[in-house]
Design a protein around this ligand. Structure first.
Ligand code: SF4
Length: 122
């Protein structure tokens, strides 16, 4: 409700298109802002770090951090900007379908040759 009100009152009823403006909306932090800017508008403002991205970025040794902002920074540093939007979707689906939390399905994983996770199942 707060975000909707702010969008109507401060942005003329249009969802803003910059990270700076998105972060002024109540209840909106970088994750939501990145989802909206990236998936709705195609603007690569950052990398969405949800629970799957956080877990897999660590499992795949793309970061040593646990705090989403720092994980996002690491991912932004190693990925070309034109991959930021798609990468989050890819990692989220990989985390849902293959690299699940408790018992990853490594036998079905395309990344198996690259992965050095201690809890691999093959
Ligand atoms: S090999 Fe296993 S642990 Fe590594 S990314 Fe694939 S599913 Fe995850």
């Amino acid at each position: 409700m707060g975000a909707s009100k702010a969008i109507v009152e401060q942005f003329g009823g249009q969802v803003p298109r910059t990270m700076e403006q998105m972060l002024t909306l109540p209840g909106v932090a970088r994750k939501t802002a990145n989802v909206v800017l990236g998936t709705a508008y195609g603007i690569p403002s950052g990398v969405v770090v949800d629970t799957h991205v956080l877990r897999l970025a660590r499992r795949l040794e793309l970061t040593k951090h646990e705090e989403p902002k720092k994980v996002e920074r690491d991912l932004m540093d190693i990925l070309p900007q034109n991959k930021w939007i798609q990468f989050s979707h890819q990692l989220i689906w990989h985390g849902r379908r293959v690299c699940v939390a408790r018992k990853p399905r490594c036998i079905a994983c395309n990344l198996e040759a690259l992965c050095r996770a201690k809890d691999k199942t093959v």
